[in-house]
Design a protein around this ligand. Structure first.
Ligand code: SF4
Length: 400
């Protein structure tokens, strides 16, 4: 059995670096236009060229999301952008719209992956997209394990599934709620996440009175979905023969990307080493990054989701404080680029790209000029602290 690809979100260049350094086999990103994350950082053309070079230097793959539902006015600009992506050397483009698919085929030699936004839920649809030239299908999230295995058996194309991250309460993002309430269209990458808002009931003759739709003391979140986590079922997923395992989250932090990628890297490798069992340290790491309560979504169900609704807002059990930029073994000190405020006496841990996570107390601190300081309050301030163990460059420091 071939080891599946671990595919991670790259919301910007730093997150792309984190994904690759922490063990992803491939990354996906959006350009400034035509990807369904219009409010993410996204990549300029210059940054795309840099990202392709960086990723290929690792021997890994990079895919461009071009998964908007295009309108006539988009076609000329899209044609130019697709030609650019082809020249830049990205390994595939993710598309949803048949017009965009036709343009990719006509103008480029790019591989085509069908985005989850196209809602492929059966083998006939998968086969049709394959016949139209797609080499890979990202399946809709609303599928059970048995359905995924059946599609694999009946369709020759590569399959990709989501294994971790936020979910839509609507059908894999084909949703009009945000556009209806705010004018910002989820199908053009501008979703306001209106499903997460707090709603009240209003009687038409009393427009200023908001009646609570009770769920708990904080209100009602009737359309708020839990986050997907299929970690416990990785062995089952791998047996189904899917090619690529995708982590959601182009809008999430560097800490999220690094932590989640590291857990799934270790879990996939454990499956192939023959000793897969969910480890407490993996669950603890998935609890540290921002998330809502986890669910297996539709994966185990009989077409019905297993309790995907939640009233909970995203939470995390630790804050991201800084990135290790250098380590000096002679003095046992680490140079940290600050991302969150920290001070002497604080208990922190270090998530390392390869090594184990360890914790310690910050005993002292010096600024970039070597002067003693008690806290690092400024954004991206560079400080040096003593460390209890050798620490890898690109480790992330978090509070505990
Ligand atoms: S409003 Fe919610 S359900 Fe609709 S597309 Fe946005 S995140 Fe998904």
């Amino acid at each position: 059995m071939t080891k599946p690809e671990l595919l991670a979100p790259a919301g910007n260049f730093e997150k792309l670096q984190a994904a690759l350094i922490y063990g992803a086999d491939a990354v996906y990103f959006g350009g400034k236009n035509f990807s369904l994350r219009a409010y993410g950082d996204n990549f300029t053309r210059e940054e795309i060229l840099q990202a392709v070079d960086y990723t290929h230097a690792f021997g890994k793959k990079i895919y461009a999301a071009v998964n908007v539902f295009a309108h006539n006015a988009d076609i000329d600009t899209l044609a130019d952008y697709l030609t650019f992506l082809d020249g830049a050397g990205v390994d595939a483009v993710l598309v949803s719209d048949l017009g965009v698919l036709a343009l990719v085929k006509e103008l480029t030699n790019l591989k085509i992956h069908i985005s989850t936004q196209a809602n492929v839920t059966n083998w006939r649809a998968a086969k049709l997209f394959s016949d139209l030239g797609a080499s890979r299908i990202v399946l809709a999230r609303e599928l059970t394990c048995a359905e995924i295995a059946d599609i694999k058996r009946l369709c020759a194309a590569e399959l990709e599934i989501f294994i971790h991250g936020a979910m839509c309460i609507s059908y894999s993002g084909r949703c009009w709620l945000s556009k209806f309430l705010t004018g910002r269209d989820a199908n053009q990458g501008a979703c306001t996440h209106s499903c997460r808002w707090k709603y009240h009931l209003v009687e038409e003759t009393r427009p200023s009175e908001f009646f609570p739709v009770g769920e708990d003391e904080r209100g009602s979140y009737v359309m708020n979905s839990k986050d997907l986590c299929l970690l416990p079922y990785l062995d089952k997923i791998i047996q189904s023969g899917v090619t690529s395992l995708k982590i959601e989250g182009r809008m999430k932090s560097v800490n999220y990307v690094a932590g989640v990628v590291k857990v799934y890297r270790a879990a996939i490798d454990a499956c192939f080493d023959g000793d897969f069992a969910v480890r407490d340290e993996w669950l603890a790491e998935l609890d540290k990054v921002a998330h809502r309560p986890y669910t297996t979504g539709f994966f185990l169900s009989d077409g019905k989701p297993t309790e995907i609704h939640t009233a909970a807002k995203p939470s995390r059990s630790s804050d991201f404080l800084g990135i290790v930029r250098a380590f000096d073994g002679a003095t046992m000190t680490a140079t940290i680029e600050q991302r969150g405020k920290f001070e002497i006496g604080e208990r922190v841990d270090f998530l390392q790209p390869k090594g184990r996570t360890f914790s310690q107390t910050i005993a002292s601190m010096r600024d970039a000029d070597g002067l003693k300081i008690s806290a690092a309050p400024h954004a991206q301030q560079v400080v040096t602290i003593p460390v209890d163990e050798p620490v890898e460059v690109w480790s992330l420091m978090r509070d505990v």
